[in-house]
Design a protein around this ligand. Structure first.
Ligand SMILES: [Zn+2]
Length: 255
């Protein structure tokens, strides 16, 4: 089986081109801890992109503006969780939330516990033609892991934030677990199908386009609310801007 990858053009990795790229995208930039202007200038963060500065007036009683909405917050948690994934092709994150906005479970795509990332393949397709040499028979999807990682007895009535629309296998799990709303970032059913081999459907033996069509059919029948949420502007979170010292490890046995 041949897998033809389309290489995307990327901007050159110079500081200048990055700055230009950032400026044209009209980002929101949240800098953790509201550092002084000198620090963000040193980091090359344009002043007009920074969401909020630390106030000079300590007597100002107004609440902070520019904080994250619930939707942005939980979607960002899902995206942050996705960054734990070892999958070189697709990182997916999921965050389950109760009706009163409490996080009940988080997950990302990866191999089962105890199964080495170095011994199972991460490839989407293999020269051997065997599906056993691809990731699909082995990987646990983010939604599955979020459900299994739950910190509550029941997920009945909860909602899930997920960076990619769930496949049919995950939708079965979500419905059975009692998830009543799915808030997704990327809609997998909308774009044209890139892969048509039966072995390239996500974790099943049907084509990818059919997997997502089946997923939507199941979710619709089960009455699960579907909502696409995309941030109004890309959000950049800068953390660790004050981390000039190494972490201090406290040893309880030290004398
Ligand atoms: Zn899935």
């Amino acid at each position: 089986m041949n897998c033809t990858a389309v290489k995307k053009e990327r901007p050159p990795s110079t500081q200048l081109s990055r700055r230009k790229y950032i400026d044209t995208r009209r980002l929101r930039v949240i800098v953790s801890g509201s550092p002084p202007k000198a620090t963000t200038e040193k980091l090359g963060i344009p002043e007009d992109l920074i969401l909020e500065r630390k106030r000079d007036d300590p007597f100002d009683p107004r609440p902070r503006e520019g904080y994250l909405s619930w939707d942005d917050y939980f979607m960002c948690v899902a995206f942050l969780s996705a960054q734990r994934s070892k999958d070189p092709n697709k990182q997916v994150g999921a965050c389950i939330v109760s009706s009163d906005q409490i996080i009940l479970g988080i997950g990302y795509n990866g191999f089962p516990r105890g199964c080495s990332d170095n011994e199972l393949p991460w490839a989407k397709c293999a020269d051997s033609g065997s599906p056993l040499d691809t990731k699909y028979p082995y990987v646990c999807h983010a939604e599955l892991n979020a459900i299994l990682n739950k910190n509550t007895a029941s997920l009945q009535g909860a909602k899930m934030y997920v960076t990619m629309f769930p496949c049919n296998e995950c939708s079965k799990l979500l419905i059975q677990a009692g998830i009543r709303e799915i808030v997704f970032y990327e809609d997998k059913a909308a774009p044209p199908v890139k892969y048509s081999s039966p072995n390239e459907a996500p974790g099943s033996d049907i084509r990818q386009v059919d997997a997502y069509a089946a997923s939507k059919r199941l979710l619709h029948l089960a009455g699960v609310k579907l909502r696409q949420h995309q941030l109004d502007r890309p959000l950049v979170l800068c953390v660790g801007v004050h981390a000039e010292k190494k972490d201090i490890v406290l040893n309880a046995d030290a004398t």
